[in-house]
Design a protein around this ligand. Sequence first.
Ligand code: PLP
Length: 398
Amino acid sequence: MSALPVVPPTPAPSRRTARVAPFLAMDVLSAARAKARQGADIMHMEIGQPSAPTPRRPLEAARAAMASGQIGYTEALGLPSLRERIARSYQELYGVSVGAERVIITTGSSGGFLLAFLAAFETGARIACACPGYPAYRNIFNALEMETVDIPVGAEGGWSMTAAAIAAESRLRPLDGVLAMSPSNPTGVIARPNELADIGALCREQGLWLISDEIYHGLHYGAPASTALATAPDAIVVNSFSKYYCMTGWRIGWLVVPPALVRPIERLAQSLFISTPFLSQVAAEAAFDAVDELEAVRAGYARNREIVLNALADLGLDAAPADGAFYAYVDVSRHAADSMDFCRRFLDEAGVAITPGADFDPHLGARFARFSFAGSQETCVEGMARLKTFLQTASLRA
Ligand SMILES: Cc1ncc(COP(=O)(O)O)c(C=O)c1O
């Protein structure tokens, strides 16, 4: 008998990858889609993705560009005309003057985070973030061997991260930066202009980078969110065409950075990405002319929000305010010891996919779940009807 060939062991993945937790919302999406493929009628309330299609004008612009067949690299910092158009939008929307040379086009805000974090921070940097917060921050910081410093926010403080809480943390151990997000994922809370100004002032005083994630700007149901640039001109602003502009799959976003960071980020972008996809940049520029379509989409979210928040209140479930974005962050602890279990059972027994709070908060997330109302009105109505039946029929606590 001939000996079995010796198969050398596959080299191990880097330790860095072990520090990156799975993004549970994406895992729930995969599980829900697998169920749907088996014929289950699933209500998708897990993912933060507009169900509305990309507006007509960006589609037309991309089709026209595609017809030319010339789809090449662009400048690493992005098409000059798109950078100009974004710069102009700061004057139009916020009355803030931003030079186009400070605008950098990125592959979604996700690509922007990578560039901004690499350009601003050293290995081991400590960055304050509101907790609960967007899970990818922690995961990207972990991958880059940087540290997330959780600033707990909750119902008692209006779910807002304050300058005082950040200052208290930095007294314990110095920080290198603050990552603010308004409107927030998962709570939808919009920071008041003075709160953002106070955080900006603290950063200036302590020599910290302020990074402001403004990806949900445009999605508000009362007063709009203000840009950090209005009070902190040296802030690094991260934004995207994914949410308000309904362009998640185009993977296009932007940064506004202080002049001193432009060239360092250009050098990084040249080697990490070469350029952002050309067609997406062309489409994005035309998206600024799609405001009528986009405002109709926002009106739909406002109706969905009413449906979801009213239904939750009727069921005695407390939700964060949802001033903006398209999420309700809900305390489900009366019904389950662990919201992961609640979400699993809600999907299995009622066919509604929502996201467990552990995605957003490693400490108290087991009490919460996030409902996205970015889908259709029918999804929201049916999802809430199923929630009512589920709570009535399921004996969740062991
Ligand atoms: C707060 C926040 N920032 C950034 C992103 C990433 O968005 P994208 O890379 O599509 O621009 C998301 C996506 O859900 C988000 O919720």
